[in-house]
Design a protein around this ligand. Structure first.
Ligand code: ADP
Length: 312
């Protein structure tokens, strides 16, 4: 399709140039022929020549003008087509990434659970080993549950989620989630200092997943031993939740794309981390429902800073 369209466009451009040159040449020849027919000795020759020249000059300008307008329309058309093609390719790539990741994400915990259960069935293990294996089953099934929850939540957000905004003390809210993360990830350092009380009306259930998704990403993409700085501040205009990591960072080009559903940086084959590309899409939608926005900036020396800005 792309080649065919560009070929047609190319042919049209050539035809346009050719016709412009041909018509201009014709016009000039017609003018010379008509001027030669004028009798130089006749009274009023100058006026007649002048009006002939004005007429043909105008015609020449018209030809060039029309050629120019048509050329501009061709360029705009080409630009619009190019964007459409790129969007289509992006969507196809995202769809492919999604299918690959969802298949992997759904299959791998089920395979683990099956394998562990079979091991437990077949072998007589001591209490400690059984305990480790049962822990693994639990964590795999929790992973599966999270994925399904994310899928359901994003479907719900697209259709009929009813927000319930309640005044909430944000320090407590953030602190609670951070403590959960600390318990779940023993090697992780999260620094957060409580400031004065900040009240803001949030949908607690929905906003919880904003925090979870942003913090989870900071852990996932924050390097081998992630260190995360969290801050909660308030000014006259907004309440700002800030999450800083020191990991791989996000390129300028990907900063807007990562909020699209199923978008993951890089390709599924090269990516080591697990995920579906739904987390930030969900977070972005929820923050927008709170009339807020998420801004990303670069951290120093490396990493990203996610700012969730909730206007008052
Ligand atoms: P997932 O993490 O499940 O892939 P998300 O929607 O949460 O999906 O994130 C989309 C993509 O944005 C991720 O795949 C990752 O490439 C990138 N990303 C998100 N947060 C960070 C971060 N803190 N540092 C670097 N890259 C990030």
């Amino acid at each position: 399709m792309r080649i065919l369209t560009y070929s047609v466009m190319f042919y049209m451009s050539l035809a346009l140039i050719w016709w412009t040159i041909l018509l201009s040449k014709n016009n000039a020849e017609l003018f010379s022929a008509k001027a030669a027919q004028l009798d130089k000795n006749l009274a009023g020759y100058n006026e007649a020549y002048h009006s002939l020249k004005v007429f043909h000059d105008r015609k020449a300008k018209m030809i060039l003008g029309e050629g120019f307008v048509f050329g501009c329309m061709l360029i705009i058309g080409l630009y619009v087509l190019q964007r459409m093609f790129n969007k289509e390719l992006d969507a196809a790539q995202r769809q492919k990434n999604f299918l690959l990741s969802i298949t992997h994400e759904l299959k791998s915990p089920i395979a683990s659970v099956n394998l562990i259960t079979e091991t437990l069935q077949k072998r007589e293990l001591d209490k400690e080993k059984r305990h480790v294996l049962l822990d693994n089953i639990l964590s795999e099934s929790k992973r599966l549950e999270k994925l399904i929850n994310n899928l359901l939540l994003s479907a719900k957000l697209q259709t009929a989620y009813q927000y319930n905004f309640e005044p909430t003390e944000m320090n407590d809210f953030v602190d609670h989630q951070i403590n959960r993360f600390r318990t779940l990830n023993p090697g992780l350092t999260i620094r957060f200092e409580r400031q004065k009380e900040i009240f803001y009306p949030v949908d607690r259930e929905a906003f919880d997943s904003v925090l979870v998704n942003i913090l989870e990403n900071a852990v996932k993409y924050g390097g081998d031993q992630p260190v995360i700085d969290v801050a909660l501040t308030e000014n006259e205009e907004a309440v700002i939740f800030q999450c800083m990591d020191y990991g791989i960072g996000i390129s300028k080009e990907d900063k807007t794309k990562i909020f699209e559903p199923f978008f993951r940086v890089g390709s599924e084959d090269t990516r080591k981390t697990k995920g579906t590309g739904l987390g930030l899409y969900i977070a972005g939608r929820i923050v927008r429902a709170h009339k807020g926005r998420i801004e990303i900036s670069e951290n120093q020396p490396t990493g990203s800073i996610f700012n969730v800005i909730l206007p008052k």
